[in-house]
Design a protein around this ligand. Sequence first.
Ligand code: TRP
Length: 339
Amino acid sequence: MEQEKKQIVLSAVQPTGTPTLGNYLGAFKNWKIMANDMADKYDCFYAVADLHSITVRLNPADLRRQTLEMYAFLLALGIDPEKNVVFIQSHVPQHAQLAWILNCYTQFGEASRMTQFKDKSEKHPENVNVGLFSYPVLMAADILLYQADFVPVGDDQKQHLEITRDIAERFNGIYGDTFKVPAPFIHKSGARIMSLQDPTKKMSKSDTNPKGFITLLDDDSVIMKKIKSAVTDSEAKVYRGEGKDGINNLMEIYSCCTGKSFDDITAEFEGKGYGDFKTAVGEAVIAELRPVKEEYNRLMSDKAYLMKCAAEGAEKAEYFASRTLRKAMKKVGFLQLDR
Ligand code: TRP
């Protein structure tokens, strides 16, 4: 943390149940690479965004359990909590405080244009709460508090990063440099993993057909079965091509798990059928997820350790967050107590 030269990475995930293989290959694996393998370049802040979760009505016991589970997943990925800051958003009060301030620098019109807000309010007309509306502002606070250079996000969050940049630039324009204007970080290997049953749709745990997705906690035999029953085509040739969505997806999965290029994969399965290919994909996924699953189970049986890491993460996060919040409050003109 001492070297100011390192660039700051921030990302967050909502505690919404067991992550899928899609979440893992599309996001978490890259979080881990940035935090560990590129630790000389980046200081990483990763949060469980529990404040964001209550825009939907949740059972309190579920929220508590899922928050701890998601925190355990982050550590199970192999992200070192000593070298990085892994924390739970609601433990750092500055997030909500800065969000209020930024609400006053966000226009009703621009927040109304967020496609996620429009989608979610259409899908849940019974609970279009103000929190859902100002959700991107809280996300802006998450990011700006840590002066983040980069924010690894998926496609669905790009618009929220755009509004974050707009809010930061507006505030800086009025008060002078206060916030770093963050850039999105799109990994070239930022895989988009599709449903195993309908490979034109993104893999999602809200899929009504559980065969469409693999979760990080699926048993090995379940993983193999789901891969074996993945939808393919009738050509029986392993290569990337149009109209081969199922095979394209399995190749993507295999490539992410093994590091092999698409050409290598095509060569490897030359003259072989989809059965052999699927077995290899299944084995690669099992091998990839096994250490995460084992570490997750180990961590979940040691709650005291998890809570200790969460407390240390919160303390470190608060140190940085409070610096930025103090600066922003001073600029706005809040009377400061000398203490
Ligand atoms: N909104 C993000 C999602 O649902 C989670 C999130 C909250 C986030 N705060 C963030 C992502 C800050 C990146 C940066 O996926």
